[in-house]
Design a protein around this ligand. Structure first.
Ligand code: SF4
Length: 283
């Protein structure tokens, strides 16, 4: 997007600092694990710091009053400006005419008359503007670019927190929650099953960190085992691995199990039938 607009893009790594926003949001969560109001305050605050350090004049965002139920309401937008510390250096060009004039408008750095008064959930006006400006390649609206508004992703994050007994995560955890089918046959371990070739390749990058399984007598997905598993658990994991491969209806499937030390062994199992996999296992 920055390339299309001809602007310089600076990416700021906030992975560590953002944890506190997601784990302890002062203003709570939205429909899922999306801490939108705290998230906006945090992001605008980061922009404010950048502005101060790099001698910029003000901040713009694409917010629109009424567009989102939590963070883009007439009463919450001033909270973002205030609690982020940006105050009236925060200009929202798409709905500025519905808000009090900010410093850039009052000082005449931007012409308020040229700004907009868009309200509500419809993206029609923004899409018309994009069309006018010849912009066709933009991310999907309605939170489509954020995993935290996704019900399934949020469920996997809650499961992760429950399994580790605390609300915390590492970068690899959040990456892995995006990939594969997550199945928890017992509280102490879960399986991540690749759903297609791209995911297989992605999970391959984690085979040094997790015990991993794959069918060798038939084609099938790579499966990572996350947690502590004894011999009986490994046997069950191998049966599940076989169940997701082309040998699902075979009498026997050979499954290779590779430990984190790289030691591999092959065990022969009967694929677990679908009816023995309760829905509650799927996260
Ligand atoms: S949708 Fe996601 S990125 Fe956007 S404000 Fe909410 S939590 Fe933050």
């Amino acid at each position: 997007m920055a390339e299309q607009l001809g602007i310089r893009l600076h990416i700021i790594d906030v992975i560590e600092e953002y944890k506190n926003v997601l784990i302890n949001p002062k203003h709570g969560y939205g429909a899922h694990l999306n801490p939108c109001l705290d998230c906006k305050i945090f992001m605008v605050n980061k922009a404010k710091q950048w502005l101060a350090e790099n001698d910029f004049d003000f901040i713009i965002t694409g917010e629109v009053i009424g567009q989102r139920p939590m963070s883009q309401r007439k009463d919450t937008m001033p909270i973002i400006a205030k609690q982020s510390g940006a105050d009236d250096l925060l200009l929202r060009p798409l709905c500025a005419k519905n808000l009090a004039p900010t410093l850039p408008e009052r000082e005449g750095w931007v012409d308020r008359e040229k700004l907009h008064d868009i309200t509500g959930r419809s993206r029609k006006q923004q899409m018309e503007m994009a069309e006018q400006f010849g912009l066709h390649d933009y991310s999907q609206p309605a939170g489509g670019c954020c995993f935290l508004v996704d019900k399934n992703y949020s469920a996997k994050l809650v499961d992760l927190w429950q399994a580790q007994g605390k609300k915390d995560y590492e970068f690899d955890d959040v990456m892995l929650l995006k990939v594969g089918r997550h199945i928890r046959p017992a509280p102490h371990f879960k399986l991540i099953v690749a759903r297609e070739e791209g995911e297989n390749r992605f999970l391959q990058g984690y085979t040094n960190t997790f015990v991993n399984l794959a069918s060798v007598s038939h084609n099938g997905p790579l499966v990572l085992l996350d947690g502590e598993a004894d011999a009986q658990d490994i046997h069950l994991a191998a049966r599940i691995t076989a169940r997701f491969g082309q040998g699902r209806l075979a009498e026997q499937v050979d499954v290779e199990v590779v430990g984190t030390d790289g030691m591999a062994r092959v065990i022969t199992v009967k694929p677990l039938p679908q009816e023995e996999m309760p829905k509650s296992w799927y996260i």
